[in-house]
Design a protein around this ligand. Structure first.
Ligand code: ASP
Length: 352
């Protein structure tokens, strides 16, 4: 990428990683369909990037994908790429489809322990080649945030984040809440890490910092995906509950409960929960509510779940809980260590 300044003026170096999604699409005038454009030409599409005194390199995932096709092996590839390039850049911006961005940002947050540089996920609701696109603003703010350092030269936001609609959110606290609005994501239980207005205002008291800035992060790429999700609803049947909780391929199940972590108090339901628990399944209670925490001591129906061996997921999102379980199960073969990890605030994913 060519910029109008020499190397001595470069303040930060950023790697843009394009994985796919709407942001990198342009209307093909012949086919009249959205097609990914050559990402090495990003400066042509977003010339504003050239005004920063940053070195910006870009690379494209081997096959550009709609984020509905993201798999844990994509996260492993992303983690490997960041690990390989870690010393060469001050920050990383990952361009990703919005549909599963919250899952990917959650996964990367657990896979990288002791992060000292920003990893900012962004995307857009409208393609960058469309006049009213939100992609340019999202990309420019992400690059500026990924490049920002304090007077000691330390990154201002050494976290895995999502930057979208002028808001910087902790990745593992974020949910896609709108398929239409430019403010497509929400971080209900964690304050914004920064907000982009006339200037970017950082909320430094919320931003997590590494224990040791000089220590290289540890990349945990082993993931165990034997996790299921059971969403409770009135009318759910014993067959469905048993199939999901006691499935032979499952090591852990996220139970999406009502309100503060409540579930039916019917005997058949609690019997199946106890049966699954007795089989050694790890059961995690996550609320269906968009905000607020599980508190199994509040109502008798929650208390019964706790007595049946279900762990509290506190105020973790389902996306965050899934990623946390993939990571913990990949790291530990024993249930004791996994359960201990569930109760800990590992990457700012729970309020504790
Ligand atoms: N389906 C697209 C994706 O998630 C939507 C988007 O990028 O916003 O890849």
């Amino acid at each position: 990428m060519k910029f109008n300044f020499d190397d001595s003026m470069v303040k930060s170096s950023i790697l843009l990683i394009y994985t796919g999604g709407t942001i990198g699409m342009k209307m093909d005038p012949v086919e009249q369909t959205l097609q990914p454009f050559d990402f090495s030409q990003i400066l042509e599409e977003v010339p504003e990037l050239g005004k920063f005194a940053y070195r910006i390199d870009s690379c494209t995932f081997e096959s550009v994908i709609d984020s509905a096709d993201i798999e844990p092996r994509s996260w492993q590839a992303l983690a490997s790429l960041i690990e390989e390039k870690y010393d060469s850049y001050d920050g990383f911006v990952v361009l990703h489809g919005t549909d599963t961005m919250a899952y990917s940002a959650s996964a990367l947050s657990f896979m990288i322990e002791g992060l000292t540089k920003p990893v900012i996920f962004t995307g857009s609701q409208l393609p960058i080649g469309v006049a009213r696109t939100d992609g340019k603003e999202n990309l420019i703010s992400s690059v500026e945030i990924a490049a920002s350092k304090d007077s000691d030269g330390h990154a201002l936001v050494p976290e895995v984040c999502i930057c979208f609609g002028n808001a910087l959110m902790r990745g593992n606290r974020t949910r896609k809440t709108s398929s239409e609005n430019f403010r497509a994501f929400k971080s209900a239980d964690c304050p914004l890490l920064a907000e982009a207005g006339i200037s970017i205002r950082y909320n430094s008291s919320v931003i997590r910092k590494p224990d040791d800035w000089d220590r290289k992060p540890v990349f945990h790429k082993e993931l165990d995906t034997r996790v299921s999700i059971l969403k409770l609803h009135p009318g759910i049947t014993p067959q469905v509950v048993r199939n999901i909780l006691c499935g032979p391929e499952t090591r852990a199940v996220i139970i999406e409960t009502y309100g503060a972590g409540n579930a039916p108090s019917k005997k058949w339901f609690l019997d199946i929960v106890k049966e699954a628990s007795g089989m050694g399944k790890i059961l995690l209670n996550i609320t269906q509510c968009i905000a607020g925490s599980v508190n199994m001591d509040l109502y008798a129906t929650g208390k019964k779940l706790e007595e049946a061996g279900v762990q509290s997921g506190y105020d973790c999102t389902t996306e965050g809980a899934l990623a946390k379980l993939f990571y913990l199960l990949g790291r530990y073969t024993g249930n004791r260590e996994v359960i201990e990890g569930i109760g800990e605030n590992l990457r700012g994913e729970i309020t504790k």
